[in-house]
Ligand binder design. Structure first.
Ligand SMILES: [Zn+2]
Length: 346
């Protein structure tokens, strides 16, 4: 059938018609709200590049979690700003670590709200990398392709993010978060083998029923910029391209997801969301597990900045971006817009 028998505009004439044929719907139940927890009391410190997002002391995080729950959002994910950082990321797995304390406080106050524990080391290491750093001789000249020695510089410093020694620390972090009451453990470091290491450690510690949501396809992205201000986790040297994924690779993303599922992940995540909608769609198509996507700080900041300048309709673009992530196939969306979106949806 073609025009004039077929007229696709027939079903777009009124909101009631548009609504009854709508294919994708957003609900507050699919959202997860990220919280940045810091030391102190009564602290509510604005993050410049993320208007509307704050560093919160534990008491304030509890208040925020209470509001999140009242809006019908089922989960928060916690990131920590420790009092001190060191090379071994000891703040990540300390029993009285900032995330562990916040988890206990939130679970005590609002037991029905799911607490997701982000497992990574970059917020807790003095160098800001997601793993243990093995440094070579700093400043040693590296031979270039002609065999001649290049001048020593920061750019030629040798360092390596050590994969296997990092796994043990990640596993210890995951167990300490589970002990504090985390409902879901979410490793975001991108080391090889971390899901298996964490699953084994959780099982040995008696947490066989704690599910894993792995940041399976996490791309090295410029869109993380504002988060690094929020979590104070900018690498002090180098970048994260030796462990986070190359933005050019879709097939490799599917291998990463397969590997994490083979190692015991219960749910997988694609991060960032908007620049990687094709990866979300391919993951949804290929794997029969819950797919999450993280609308990251830069995606949030872009919309906020444009709206502040009067260049975009904030609410409309916010909902459209979330809808696109949902339509691509993400059943779970981590977003700094969670509270506002939930208010508009109710
Ligand atoms: Zn990290």
């Amino acid at each position: 059938m073609a025009f004039p028998i077929t007229r696709l505009r027939r079903l777009r004439q009124t909101e009631a018609l548009r609504s009854i044929v709508r294919e994708t719907r957003l609900t507050p139940e699919s959202l997860v709200y990220p919280l940045f927890v810091c030391p102190g009391e009564g602290v509510r410190k604005a993050i410049g590049s993320m208007p509307g997002v704050f560093n919160l002391s534990v008491d304030q995080a509890v208040k925020e979690a209470r509001e999140t729950h009242s809006l019908g959002i089922p989960a928060v994910i916690l990131f920590g700003l420790p009092e001190k950082k060191d090379e071994q990321a000891s703040g990540a797995w300390a029993e009285d670590g900032i995330v562990q304390r916040a988890t206990r406080a939130i679970k005590r106050d609002i037991p029905q709200l799911l607490v997701v524990g982000d497992v990574c080391l970059c917020e807790y290491t003095s160098h800001g990398h997601c793993g243990i750093v093995k440094k070579g001789t700093a400043g040693v000249a590296q031979p270039d392709h002609t065999g001649a020695a290049a001048a020593p510089s920061r750019a030629t410093e040798q360092y390596e993010i050590e994969n296997d020694p990092t796994l043990e620390i990640l596993a210890r972090t995951a167990v300490s978060q589970a002990r504090a009451g985390s409902d879901i453990i979410a490793p975001s470091d991108m080391m090889d083998g971390r899901v298996a290491a964490i699953r084994t450690a959780l099982d040995e510690a008696g947490f066989q029923n704690t599910p894993l949501l792995s940041y399976a396809a996490k791309f090295a992205s410029g869109f993380y910029g504002p988060f690094r201000e929020a979590a104070d986790s900018t690498p002090q040297f180098g970048d994260r391209r030796s462990y986070q994924m190359d933005g050019a690779n879709l097939r490799e993303a599917l291998r990463e997801i397969q590997a994490d599922l083979d190692e015991g992940a219960d749910m997988i995540m694609v991060k960032p969301a908007l620049p990687y909608l094709d990866v979300i769609a391919a993951a949804r198509e290929r794997f029969d597990v819950p797919v999450a996507a993280y609308q990251v700080s830069g995606e949030y900041a872009m919309i906020q900045a444009a709206a502040q300048n009067g260049w975009l309709d904030r609410e409309r673009v916010m909902m459209e971006s979330l809808l696109s992530i949902r339509r691509a196939g993400a059943g779970i969306i981590l977003t700094y817009f969670a509270k506002e979106a939930a208010k508009l949806l109710s």
